[in-house]
Write a protein that binds this ligand. Sequence first.
Ligand SMILES: [Mg+2]
Length: 326
Amino acid sequence: MAAFGAVDMALWDIKGKLAGMPVYQLLGGKSREGALVYAHATGADLPDLMDSIAYYVDEGYKAVRVQCGIPGMPSASYAVPEKKGDIRNYITDYAGIRPKVEVWDTGKYMRYMPDALMEIRDHFGPDLHILHDVHHRLLPREAAEFAKAVEPAGLYWLEDPTPAEDQNALRLIRQHSTTPIAVGEVFNSIWECNRLIENELIDFIRVAVTYAGGITHVRRIVDLAGLHNVRTGFHGAPSHSPISMAAQAHLNAWAPNFGIQEYLVLGTSECNALFPSEHRMENGLMHVSEAPGLGVDFDEDEAGRYDYTPGSHPVVRLEDGTMWNY
Ligand SMILES: [Mg+2]
């Protein structure tokens, strides 16, 4: 589906250029001026996470995903740096051929995180959209308990509370909690999320054009979701290039049932030189480019200046060595 997606995005780009229109116009036009995005705040502990959130709020973000180290956890947990003071970047830890090992303890996480989320809510007030990613680490019953426990924090969403394969787990969570649930970043087609959408077991669908067949296929998912009041929240991790993020910027501008877009600040001068575009972030909203097509280019000569650097996601184990869900 990623291969289909690449060809599909190229075809939309070509058609837009032939028509002299940005792709969102081919989809039917804009539903909004700018698309809400969320940044990734992180910290080795809660005070560092508070500093990280404050940094993104100062930058104008209205929505922030929050992840922090858990006291007593044998190693850094998901999307958390190992060192204190590192409040903006945990990505470089992924470099290297051999994956690093993270050790996970569900009990410590469940005892600590609900109060931490409440502290964040109290500190930043009612207007900030707070998101949190469990990254598939809880069992269904645990996830239902956790979703209920974090209700007072008023999360914008709780992401991937359980492994995606067991779709009944979402029903158990639904029966016990009103916390909004977001899933779908590992889905590759509409057939993996149609029952979740039709049964209204989720609030946000997180598929991405990169893995779910491009703009054409994702548009079908968006329309199905719209019938059931499920909003979009497309995946936007660093594994998605600026080309796929541009394609999603057009879907975000158009989708009547748009919710939010994950957005990592990768706008380094090197990245901008590789992928020139006029998509721009302003006051926590992404403004889509008005250039014909996708509005992003790829400079192959510039790319030739760089060597390939391999990287791996971590693997997760319990303290006794049992392999766990990443
Ligand atoms: Mg995620």
